[in-house]
Each structure stands twice: as C-alpha cells, then as structure tokens.
Write a protein that binds this ligand. Structure first.
Ligand code: ATP
Length: 628
C-alpha cells in the first residue's frame, strides 16, 4: 500500500604548498607573524568555546569491542581527555541556553513524504531511540528540538529505510543524517564481528561530500555529535598529505567522511575497503550525481566492494533535487522514502532577495557603493560578513585585490588555491578578520558560516539551483539574511527561473525582471523546465504532479517571525549579526525593525490571502555547471 502524506574535485594530487605563506592583500603591509601565527590561527580566528562540565554518566559507552587486524585490533581506546567536547569547535556561546537559532520560522513548513509504510515523524528528540550518550551530546549542542527535516528524516532512517531528502539550505540536514548513522554504528558494532588480520580499514559508514571544506565541516559536526560514544570518525580529502590521513584511519574508523577523489585513491591503494559499509550518505547529493561527479560516485558505490542497495542503507540529502538526478539516484536506493521539506529547490523565505541590473563594467563601483552603505549604516566597529560570488578563479583574485586596495578587507577562496590557502581564507572570513570573502562556486554548497549577513552574486551562476545554494549561505538556522544579485545582459537565460524562484519565495520581483522573464525564450537554466511551473515536494516516481496528490499542510504559515519581502530599499541581516547592515533606509534590518510596515507585506499577504498553498512542481533538466 502506498502512502503519500503531507505532514505538516576530483581530488587533486597531493599538493604541497611551495609558495610562501599566503597573506591577504590588505594585510601584506603588516608583519605577517603578527597576524597569522599559531598554525595560521590568529587569536581573533580562534573559535569561541563553550565550557561544559561533563557529567561522568556520559561516559557509559566509550569502549570498543572489536578489532580489525594488526592495525586495528590494537586501536587505541578513545582518549577522552584529548578530545574534549568544548574543543570540537563550532559551538557558539553567544546565546544562553539554546543554540542561537530561530527554527520557529520553519514550524509550519509543508512536508511531503512518499513511499511505502513511512515511519511517522516525531516532535522531540526524546521520542527517538538515539541512546543516552548521543542524546547528551544533542543537549550539549543546545539543539532543543528537532528541525522539520530532522523530525521526519531521523525516524525514517532509524527504522532502516533508504531516504532521498530535500530540505532548504540551513535547515539542519547534517544532523538529520549524522544522528541515525552514529546511532546505527553504536548498535552495529556490538553485533557485528569485524574481520581481523587486515591492513585495510573497513568503515561501517561512509559520508560523501563534494568539497574538502564541506567534508571537514561535516567531520567536525559529526565529532561533536559522537563525543564520548567511542565512535571513530575520520575525514579524507584531497589537497593534503594522504600519508597523514592513512595514519588517521590506521587508528580506526567507523565513519569515514570523504571527498570522492581522495576516497577512490585510498581504495585503489588498498587502504580502505567498503565491504562493511552499512550506511552511505551523500550530502549535496544532486551535485554528487551531476555530470562532474557521477562517474566517480558510480565507481565508489557500484564498482568497488560496497554492499548493494537493500543490504546497506542509503541516504541522499540536498536542498535541490532535479528530477533527472532523482532518477539517477534511484539506482543507489532500495524501497526508499522521498521526503520534501518546504518547496523542493526553492530558497527559504527568510532570505530577502534583491536583484539589480548592473552591467559588467559597472559592477565594481556598484559593489563598492553597497559595501560603503553597509559600512556606514552598520556597526562602527564591525563590518558585516559578506560573501561575494564570482564566476572565475581569476575574477575572484582580481576582485579580492581591488577591494583590498579600496579599503575593504577581502580574501578569495577558489579551486586554484592550495588547500592551506583555502582553509586560511575561510578561517579569516569566519573570524571577521577579513569580513569579505570573494568566492567561486567552491563555497556555494553546504558551508555553515555563522553570521553571514549578505550574499552578493557579483556574477550570477548559470543555473538556478546554484543560485539557491549560494544565497543559502545566509539566512541559516531560521535567521534572516540578504542576497543581492547583479543582473547583466549575460544573465538573460536566468531571468525566467529567477523571477519564478523569487515569486515563490514571496519576494518582490522587479518589473523589468518580469518583463525579461515573459519575453525570454530561454528555459532558464532548469527552473522553467520544471514540470507544472509550481513548487513543492515532488517525488519523480509519481510522474508529473497532477494535483491529485494527497498533499496538505499542517497549517498555514503563521508569521511568528515576519520576513521582509518588499520595499524599494530594504536589506536584511542575520538577526544574529546584530543589525550589521544598518538601521534605516538602505540596509536597514527588517528582521528586527518591525516598525517598517513595508517589510511585513510579502509573506503574510500572499499566504494568508490565498489560504494553504499547493506546492507541487517538479524539477526539470538542470545543466550542470563545472566544478573546480
Ligand atoms: N535541532 C537543531 N537545533 C538548533 N540548531 C540546529 C539544529 N539542527 C541544526 N542546527 C544548526 O543549524 C545550522 C544549519 O544546519 P546545517 O548546516 O546542517 O544545514 P543544511 O540543511 O545542511 O544546510 P545546506 O543545505 O546549506 O547544506 C547549523 O549551524 C547547525 O548546527
């Protein structure tokens, strides 16, 4: 019986940096050591740690009961002292009591689940059998309650089902796959007898991600979640010495987080085997299965020694899921549940989207004006974190230099930099030492950088899904954000899909963009080809959305957190970013400035007037863009 319910790098060869230590242009006149010391981590860039006093009761499952041959039978017991939770980064101590998020904004989001015998969602973490230690860690992370994707996805995976899940950027997908994997590994390693006598590492779970930075981020997150469980999590990615990563896996690995290229390398050198894999997760799954990565992923999943679908559990997660990628992905899945939280491939309404006509020759000056407006309207002491996307590596370097020369501390990240430079750039940006990051698409997916107030598409991407991921670097975890796009003649093919996306996200679409969209003969890089032209959860197995689906909303949207959607001049900043973008006129912060009635139009009017909306649409063809 079918149930359709709407619940409410290929890795580059190991690169040893031969260049002198990298210093961003604006700091080059300074003494390098004064800025980047301590393994390139200046005091400013060090994470601010939370101090937890850890109850001894949390130590109830630290031991390991199995060995894996000479290298692994003698695995060291987890050294609990050298892996303190508060040193596992990322936790922000700026808010008392809870993780500083506003997931209330997602409460009434429409959710569609399709497949057979779907395990029902939960409302709290307490309802899920995750085990005591993991639950303790969830508390330490200050995750008070599950986000919608977590409420639905975790019970499905815990019940042993395969899953294809689509949920908006910044809505907590990482924990949605990490929690059940850690929980499963904890249970499985008690039951499984792992073959000994092998030099080859045999992880039980594999998490694949498209970029090195994202792999590192997932690794850090997963380590926090698995704190004091004894579950060993190792990361493997290109651009760093493979020998060090071999040493890491020799100490034992239950969960391997990897980029595809480095993983293939390790398998081919017979240092990793996938024969014990019970859990496979693909983060940014649509990216992993598009033209760039698909052959490598097929090699890993189908041509190595990984158990076939049905004997392993497979989870695919992304914020966008074109239907042709869904078709490809279904090869890897068995009797899976399709889950769509919110409108598949849409952006969250929490991000205010502006689009302005700016021709290429005017872009730099226009950018400078925007940055000046932020600077002078914002906090005197801090410049808001601003992420500027450009098309090419060279463009990123040039813009970095130009901004720096014009008094705006900027740093670039792109695939042409060595890994150390990439990591330094991210650290410097995260810390606010260099509050402007100029990036290519290497930074468009998955990166969870707190307090990014503004994403500027200096060059728009070629397809709308990339746009969705790029702007999703702001407005995360229920907070507001601002995204500005410079639209030039070159971007006409994107007009239709951009206008559609903005409308569906309750944004004001400029009349000129509507006109371009109407006159456009272009398909719009994917969006306009999406069947039905509407948005919503759509499982490609059901064929095109017919309107007969059993879709419903738990309720209409209640705007507990009004979201700006209109106004000639508006801007948003992450509520957490402390209104960095200023207080009035251009770049006011509507998330905290409720007095401005204009800001309250959009979502309330559109939704309350229309009643519950049907979100039914399908992705169509997506033209994969190149990846660095
Ligand atoms: N239940 C929760 N309670 C509080 N904070 C949470 C919860 N779940 C996740 N978060 C936080 O929300 C932020 C966004 O989560 P995450 O990075 O997993 O989003 P995502 O959906 O994977 O986004 P993207 O599509 O961009 O990859 C993170 O900082 C994470 O720590």
């Amino acid at each position: 019986m079918t149930r359709n319910d709407m619940f409410t790098e290929s890795t580059r060869k190991q690169t040893r940096p031969s260049r002198p230590r990298y210093l961003p242009p604006h700091l080059r006149h300074q003494n390098a050591n004064a800025v980047f010391t301590d393994a390139d981590t200046p005091e400013l860039t060090r994470p601010r740690y939370n101090r937890f006093s850890l109850p001894q009761t949390a130590l109830n499952s630290g031991g390991r009961g199995r060995g894996r041959g000479p290298s692994f039978t003698n695995r060291q017991k987890p050294n609990l002292d050298d892996e303190k939770f508060d040193e596992l980064e990322v936790i922000d101590d700026t808010a008392e009591g809870t993780n500083e998020t506003n997931f209330g904004a997602y409460e009434d989001i429409p959710v569609q689940a399709s497949g057979e015998n779907i395990p029902p969602p939960v409302q709290t973490f307490a309802e899920i059998d995750l085990g005591h230690v993991l639950k303790q860690n969830i508390k330490r992370c200050k995750f008070l309650k599950p986000t919608p994707i977590q409420r639905h996805a975790i019970p499905i995976v815990i019940a042993g089902r395969d899953l294809m899940a689509c949920a908006q950027t910044g809505s907590g997908k990482t924990a949605a796959f990490c929690f059940p994997i850690i929980c499963g590994v904890l249970k499985d390693r008690l039951l499984l007898s792992i073959p000994g006598g092998s030099q080859v590492a045999c992880p039980l779970a594999l998490i694949l991600a498209p970029t090195r930075e994202l792999s590192c981020q997932i690794h850090e997150e997963a380590k926090k979640f698995a704190y004091r469980t004894g579950v060993k999590i190792v990361v493997a990615y290109g651009g760093t010495p493979i020998s060090q990563q071999f040493r890491n896996i020799e100490k034992g690995v239950d969960i391997l987080v990897a980029t595809p290229g480095r993983l293939v390398d390790m398998i081919e050198r017979a240092r990793v085997s996938l024969r014990m894999i019970k859990y496979l997760a693909l983060d940014e799954a649509d990216r992993m299965l598009d033209m760039g990565f698909e052959p490598q992923i097929r090699k890993i999943v189908e041509k190595m020694d990984m158990p076939p679908p049905g004997t392993r559990q497979t989870m695919l997660f992304s914020a966008t899921f074109p239907d042709e990628i869904q078709k490809l992905a279904s090869d890897f899945l068995s009797d899976y549940v399709f889950l769509a939280v919110g409108r598949v491939g849409s952006s969250t309404d929490l991000i205010v989207q502006r689009v302005e006509i700016v021709q290429d020759m005017d872009k730099r000056n226009h950018l400078l004006n925007l940055l000046h407006a932020q600077k002078y309207n914002g906090s005197r002491s801090k410049h808001p974190l601003t992420l500027v996307f450009v098309e090419t590596k060279r463009g990123a370097d040039e813009l970095e230099h130009w901004l720096s020369r014009n008094g705006f501390p900027a740093i670039a990240i792109h695939g042409g930099k060595v890994q150390m430079e990439r990591e330094l750039a991210l650290r410097s940006f995260k810390s606010g030492a260099t509050p402007i990051l100029v990036a290519t698409d290497v930074a468009s997916r998955g990166l969870d950088i707190p307090h990014v107030a503004h994403v500027i598409n200096f060059d728009l991407p070629k397809n709308i899904d990339d746009y969705v991921h790029r702007i999703g670097r702001t407005g995360r975890a229920g907070n507001c954000g601002l995204a500005t796009a410079f639209f030039s003649d070159k971007n006409l093919p994107l007009a239709k899909s951009l206008a559609e996306l903005m409308r569906e996200s309750n944004q004001e679409v400029p009349s000129w963009l509507n006109q371009y969209a109407e006159n456009s003969s272009f398909s719009g890089g994917g969006w306009a080809k999406r069947v039905g032209g509407k948005f919503g959860g759509y499982d490609f197995r059901k064929g095109f959305p017919s309107g007969n689906e059993n879709n419903y909303h738990s309720s209409t949207y209640n705007d507990t957190h009004p979201v700006p959607a209109t106004g000639d001049y508006y801007a948003a900043a992450s509520a957490n970013a402390q209104t960095f973008l200023g207080s009035a006129g251009i770049y006011a912060d509507p998330c905290t400035t409720s007095a401005n009635a204009d800001y309250l139009v959009g979502r309330n009017e559109n939704l309350d007037g229309a009643g519950p909306r049907e979100y039914a649409y399908s992705h169509g063809q997506v033209v994969a863009s190149g990846w660095e």
